[in-house]
Design a protein around this ligand. Structure first.
Ligand code: NDP
Ligand code: 2IT
Length: 451
């Protein structure tokens, strides 16, 4: 339910941003949480502050022409939405996926603004990407695409302006090609302009692992509030990309047993526990599919594959669910199945992976639920640590960096929990995350005048 004073704000967002359902969904969720804030602090309704927070500061859309291996010219669309810079330079990933459009980038930029505020680091919110599909493209094609993308993007970014990183379809390889092109265009070795770089040219240790590890740390803290832990628990992780793989790694180190992973073609179940080294080999070295796992793991049919469309990974009974692929991948129906199967906790590794109906079902059933903007904030927090290292021309050890990450995740957890309690909804991490993130952004914006 949305407060009647905030309904006109939502109505205006819906009217001014037609055909952008993901953006509407993200804004509606935050506005629903803010009723309790304006009841205590009606002054937040002044000066169109909330309206301004829902409007990106700048939206850039550009043509990305490139030449494929057959010599044919291809055209894609590039985006960068610079959502809010009250707390620091715009910060957020770049997504390369055929489904990308301006509404998706706006939802991601909006979420990023509150997520980044929750980290406590000096970073604003932004997001970008392209409808380019890297699947099946050669290394040369990916490089030429990245170079063309950066040939336009470079004029809008910078260490003090906007600092992109990876997201779906963008990992260390793509960041490398984009950094190389930025360096040629600007004639500057500006390490802090991108994060997620490889170690040998300014990357941070533990950045690759950070999002998945961070979600596991958040869940560990949330489970502990009920005297629970990962030890001996069955865990299902959707996706098999960067976030999923390092969620599996950390959950295993905490004594949990990950029994299923997926990609857009389907999911694999291995009741014996997913073989992490094999999963990494398939995804990171071969750039293959999770279905390859079944044959490669061998061992007398220990694992099986279920094709997408014939079942859902959330049909696999588990104690902890970690949706780590994409938005709206976990539906109301999936949530009902998980609840029936006795799920204890859900930690969102992806951005907005649970539909609003799914979230309602979890909360009504008393399932501990960690929303993405809190649970997956470890990635961007470690990006901010990478910026710190770049600014001081330093390079920290893995232990030091992971130690900072773990502390940040526990602090975010405690902030969400105490904010939910303060606003009369103990245990509601959605409310806690939305309110704590909002208040930080709102206070900074007020201090800066009408911006
Ligand atoms: P990757 O590209 O490394 O992996 C994405 C995974 O999700 C792949 O297994 C992919 O399968 C699957 N996937 C993507 N789109 C779809 C889709 N439409 N339907 C079904 N499966 C899909 O991306 P990341 O691991 O980096 O990102 C995963 C999620 O985590 C995203 O929501 C991202 O925004 C979020 N996130 C990422 C952070 C990071 O640091 N990388 C930080 C915080 C959040 P396939 O290969 O078949 O496409
Ligand atoms: O959604 C996210 O937080 C990311 N893709 C990471 C952003 C970043 O700047 O590291």
């Amino acid at each position: 339910m949305i407060d009647e004073k905030l309904q006109p704000v939502l109505d205006q967002v819906l009217q001014r941003n037609p055909g952008e359902p993901e953006f509407h969904q993200a804004v509606r969720e935050v506005l629903e949480s803010l009723g309790r804030v304006i009841a205590k602090r009606p002054d937040y309704l002044n000066h169109a502050l909330i309206e301004r927070i829902c409007e990106p500061e700048r939206q850039i859309i550009f043509r990305v022409p490139w030449v494929d291996d057959q010599g044919q010219v291809q055209i894609n669309r590039g985006f960068r939405v610079q959502f809010n810079s009250a707390l620091g330079p715009y910060k957020g990933g770049l997504r390369f996926h055929p489904s990308v459009n301006v509404g998706i980038i706006k939802f991601l930029g909006f979420e990023q603004t509150f997520k980044n505020a929750l980290t406590g680091m000096p970073i604003g919110g932004g997001k970008g990407g392209s409808d380019f599909n890297p699947r099946g493209r050669s290394d040369g094609e990916v490089m030429r695409f990245c170079q063309s993308f950066m040939t336009e993007l470079y004029r809008h970014i910078g260490e003090y302006t906007d600092v992109p990183a990876g997201d779906i379809g963008v990992g260390a390889r793509e960041i490398g090609y984009m950094f190389g092109q930025y360096k040629r265009l600007t004639n500057r070795y500006e390490a802090g302009v991108l994060t997620g770089k490889a170690l040998f040219y300014g990357g941070s240790r533990a950045r690759t692992e950070a999002t998945g590890y961070g979600n596991a740390y958040f869940l560990q803290a949330m489970l502990a509030t009920k005297g629970q832990s990962f030890d001996g628990r069955k865990v299902v992780v959707s996706g098999s990309g960067n976030v999923a793989v390092y969620s599996v790694e950390k959950v295993q180190s905490f004594g949990g047993k990950v029994i299923a992973v997926s990609d857009s073609s389907g999911y694999v179940v291995d009741e014996g526990g997913v073989d992490l080294e094999l999963l990494k080999e398939i995804k990171e070295v071969r750039r293959g599919r999770v279905s390859d796992y079944v044959q490669l793991v061998g061992a007398g049919g220990r694992a099986h594959f279920v094709e997408a469309g014939t079942g859902s990974i959330w049909d696999v009974p588990c104690d902890v669910a970690m949706p780590s692929a994409t938005q709206n991948e976990l539906t109301g129906k999936d949530a009902r199945t998980l609840v029936t199967n006795g799920v204890l906790a859900v930690g969102e590794g992806a951005n907005m992976p649970s539909t609003p109906e799914a979230i309602r079902i979890f909360q009504e059933a008393g399932v501990m639920f960690a929303p993405g903007k809190a649970a997956n904030a470890g990635g961007v927090a470690t990006s901010a640590l990478e910026m710190q290292q770049n600014a001081s021309r330093d390079s920290w050890s893995f232990e030091q960096t992971e130690g900072r990450l773990s502390k940040i995740m526990h602090t975010i957890h405690d902030t969400c929990a105490s904010t939910a309690e303060e606003y009369g909804a103990p245990g509601d991490y959605v409310l806690g995350a939305n309110i704590a993130g909002f208040v930080r952004v709102a206070e900074a914006m007020r201090a800066l005048g009408v911006i």
